[in-house]
Design a binder for this molecule. Structure first.
Ligand SMILES: Cc1cc2nc3c(=O)[nH]c(=O)nc-3n(C[C@H](O)[C@H](O)[C@H](O)COP(=O)(O)OP(=O)(O)OC[C@H]3O[C@@H](n4cnc5c(N)ncnc54)[C@H](O)[C@@H]3O)c2cc1C
Length: 400
């Protein structure tokens, strides 16, 4: 049964309260724009992720005034990442070469996303939690309102001038927009590009202050220590390889352990402490720009970068900072926002997205992971180039 609708009005309406949406909301509210953010989940909530927060994110946290809270939330400072091939040989990338500081941070998404969303509220953002955006009003090629509904059917309608899709890889707002103007570009892909799983473990043998990445046939996984000494295992695998092991995540994880000697050793005495989370990944790389003039995309909804780079959250924070600044300098004129944002977006992200796409294709070649580990073990220069090419390219080479 439909309940009575609540109505709101704002300059900026953001759908999605992950790092892209929440950080954008803090920035637009601080710049004096009335901002409403709609998030379908109620925080805190778990989120499938490697939970590796790269060092460059910490500068964004400082600007968003959440750095101390993030650092004191019980996660771990990560000084280096070790990449292991199937036989247990590895190379190391110190966090300092990624740029932005001497350490990365591992913290559960449940905690990190909650801190950012609380900060948005504190900055004056009206946060509508537990409601899914599911309908748009479009007039003369512009969105004028978005409707959201909670589990019980209670509705909110939010009118605005500028709308932002920060819904992550599903790009929900852009799908709704395409539907409402009759474009058919959003066909569900026949087969996902990858499937991913995550769980927290107690009793892992992971050394302190280290993130480990493990290659295995058809995919890779990462392990990092989050709050309460628990280790977050997150792995990504080709759907065909996953199917061969059967549909149960626990069985799949157990089948993968013997495929990487180091992973087997590190998790030998570990136990999962929560339900498995699983998602499918339709595609990687940049999405087409939204076709409505006052709709913009940020974070994963603009582009999804391969998780092995540990830079998805960085791109979410960086792209939101670009969009916030484009909104401010163009005085809210939507045509100008689009021109500035799109130009700066291509300048900052297209090269790293291209490099990651090439690396992903190469990684599917049979002997590539072993050959890559051998090369990167022996060459400081190759390690630096790899690290720099997956970020903005301005990372200083320090202690590799
Ligand atoms: C397997 C895997 C491992 C990863 N590991 C790492 C890592 O270690 N480090 C790293 O930096 N990045 C990692 N990433 C990438 C990282 O998770 C993303 O880049 C990041 O979450 C993007 O943030 P976002 O705010 O754009 O989207 P999200 O974090 O996905 O947030 C989107 C939000 O929108 C909400 N939403 C969706 N639809 C609606 C709707 N219709 N109405 C209202 N709300 C809606 C969702 O509930 C969600 O809270 C990983 C990704 C994957 C898949």
């Amino acid at each position: 049964m439909e309940q009575s609708a609540r109505r709101y009005k704002a300059d900026i309406v953001i759908v999605g309260g992950g790092p892209a949406g929440a950080s954008l909301a803090v920035r637009t509210a601080a710049a004096g724009h009335s901002t409403v953010l709609i998030e379908r989940a109620c925080f805190p909530r778990h989120k499938l992720c490697g939970e590796f927060i790269s060092p460059e994110c910490l500068e964004h946290f400082r600007k968003l005034e959440v750095l101390d809270e993030m650092l004191e939330a019980g996660g771990e400072r990560i000084l280096e990442t070790r990449f292991f091939d199937a036989k247990g040989r590895h190379f190391t990338v110190p966090s300092s070469v990624l740029g932005g500081g001497l350490h990365a941070l591992s913290l559960s998404r449940s905690t990190m996303d909650r801190i950012l969303l609380d900060r948005a509220r504190e900055a004056g953002v009206r946060v509508i939690e537990g409601e899914r955006a599911g309908g748009l009003t479009v007039e003369e090629g512009r969105i004028t309102a978005v409707a959201a509904v909670d589990e019980k059917g209670s509705r909110s309608t939010v009118e605005g001038r500028i709308f932002v899709d920060a819904t992550g890889r599903r790009r929900s707002l852009q799908r709704l927009a395409e539907k409402s103007v009759g474009n058919g570009i959003w066909k569900a892909s026949a087969r996902p590009a990858a499937v991913a799983f995550k769980n927290h473990f107690s009793g892992s043998g992971l050394p302190p202050n280290v993130c480990e990445i493990y290659a295995f046939p058809g995919g890779y996984g990462g392990l990092t220590t989050v709050e309460n000494g628990r280790a977050n295992l997150c792995f990504l695998i080709d759907p065909r390889a996953a199917k061969a092991f059967g549909p149960q995540p626990e069985k799949l994880a157990n089948s993968l352990l013997p495929m990487n000697a180091r992973l087997a050793q590190t998790l030998a005495a570990a136990r999962p402490v929560m339900e498995w989370h699983a998602v499918s990944i339709d595609s990687f790389g940049q999405a087409p720009a939204p076709s409505l003039e006052n709709l913009f995309a940020t974070g994963d909804s603009a582009a999804f970068i391969d998780p092995f780079t540990g830079s998805g959250m960085l791109m979410a924070l960086e792209s939101s900072a670009l969009l916030a600044s484009a909104i401010t300098v163009s005085d809210g004129v939507t045509g100008a926002i689009g021109a500035i944002y799109n130009r700066q977006y291509q300048r900052d992200f297209s090269r790293r997205l291209r490099v990651c796409s090439l690396l992903r294709r190469a990684a599917s070649l049979r002997h590539f992971p072993t050959a890559a580990v051998a090369l990167l073990r022996s060459s400081r220069q190759a390690r630096f180039l790899l690290a720099a090419s997956t970020r903005g390219g301005r990372s200083p080479a320090r202690t590799l």
